[in-house]
Design a protein around this ligand. Sequence first.
Ligand code: HEM
Length: 510
Amino acid sequence: MAILTGLYLWCALVGTLIWYYIHVPWNFPRQLPRIPLYVSLLGLWSNMGQDEIYERWLRRPLEKHGAVVIWFAGRWNVLVTRPHYLTDMFRNEDVYAKAGSQVKIPWSVIASLVGDNIINSHGTTWRLYTGIMKPGMQKREFDTKPMLRKSRRLVDLFIEKQNAVAEDEETGIEDGVFVNGLVQKWAIDVMGESFLDYDFQCLEKPHVRVEELQTIIKKTLFKPLYFNFPTLDKYPYVFTSRRRAFAIMKEFEDLLYHTVRTNPRKYEQENRELQDKQVVHMLEEALDSGKINDKQFRSNIKIMFLTAHENVQQLVNSTFWELGKNQDVQNRLRQEILDTQTDTPTAELVNGMPYLTSTIFELLRLYPPVSQLINRVTLQPTVLGGDICIPAHTWVGWNAYGVHINRDVWGPTAQEFRPERWGTKPEENQAKFRRETVRGAYIPFNAHTRKCLGQGFALLEMKVMLFELLRRVKWNIHPDYHLKLTSGGILAPLGCKVVFQEVSDDAELN
Ligand code: HEM
């Protein structure tokens, strides 16, 4: 009897603790639908992509109510997709304050990776970081030489790889190339040369450790169990894979720090113009003068490394998929590029190419790399968009994919890839980009107060790379490849495999 009573009490205690951990707080907005907890945990037993999960469980409630309550990172949050709510949130950062994992889950693996940095900080600290780094990210003119040189090298390597893979004797189908590996190396090299004044030479050398670490880090971060229950990160001695994860993050930080700090400052040696100063020089000066401390320096160098390569990398992967299956767009874009009759894409040239610009805007609409983020917290009770009462200390986030594919926002063709919706002239492209961003309908780079500081650079990098790629190669999706998008984190096709053919070969791909 005593044993039974003890067991009963123990079960009751465990049940209460679980209920306490996963119950929706009583003061959460009651008019919003609650997405069942298991939807956030699907990654534990299924490999459904973000698009499939969105379609099945999120689309209807979000399109009807504009916001839902959803479990993420160990708590309930409000997730928003209605443009007018998004605009309210993005305009009022004093109420919906940025607060990344360093605030939300400071003990976690992800917090140890990103620290307190320009993207996830708020208020005075954010202003301090922005004051230091912004001029290095928003230059009047970016040097396009590194992006062009690295893009040429990337295309050389694609051609080399394609030539090395054999044709299947039975089917006559050539084997293809998995693009992601080389795209990652390219993205890191361009980022390094443009912001850290360092050529990592990932495209030139085998086994560059900092690049190898990225592959491990990306796999480690998006493990659904730890993503949804970050409390487990408090116990690295129980979960040994988390102990390894912490060690990897530390190795990455130390290696990057050492690389950057021992790199001779070319900018000072060569007495170059202010325009040539890069983000790393600005951060080093701030460190030397005591404006920031060593920890802040490390966090901001790491976030530059991560954010300035990964989003572009994944957008390029999406480009391979979309233009590989959409040959009409690929051909039309190639024609625009070949019509320029040059092999040297300057910034002025590519910015004046409407179809190139429209294609990239459209890629960012259907494949926003940062598809969802929940990294803001309400500093006071508030009423979102005049409709939804949200208590103080509630985590609020947004889903870009959701707003971008909503037919009420983008019309009946919302889910179709149609670059022409962005207009036919560069001025039209820019005007629509601005209009849709301001009204909260187009948010691949976020909007208003905390919009991406690297968007101009990222668009230029994409344009230069696509110019070089399409000028020299055609590609088809390999028949064995079937689209699977990532199940969480950065949105992109997984393992895309394509078959390349040199444009000069003149033969048509089947
Ligand atoms: C296709 C490429 C890119 C995409 C889709 C993208 C997207 C975004 C998004 C959605 C945010 C807002 C994040 C948030 O709300 O927490 C953001 C912020 C930011 N991005 Fe990007 N980004 C890209 C490339 C870059 C590059 C190349 C750089 C570096 C030059 C960069 C630097 C930043 C910075 C510093 C912020 C923080 C701005 C602030 O809070 O003041 N991004 N980006």
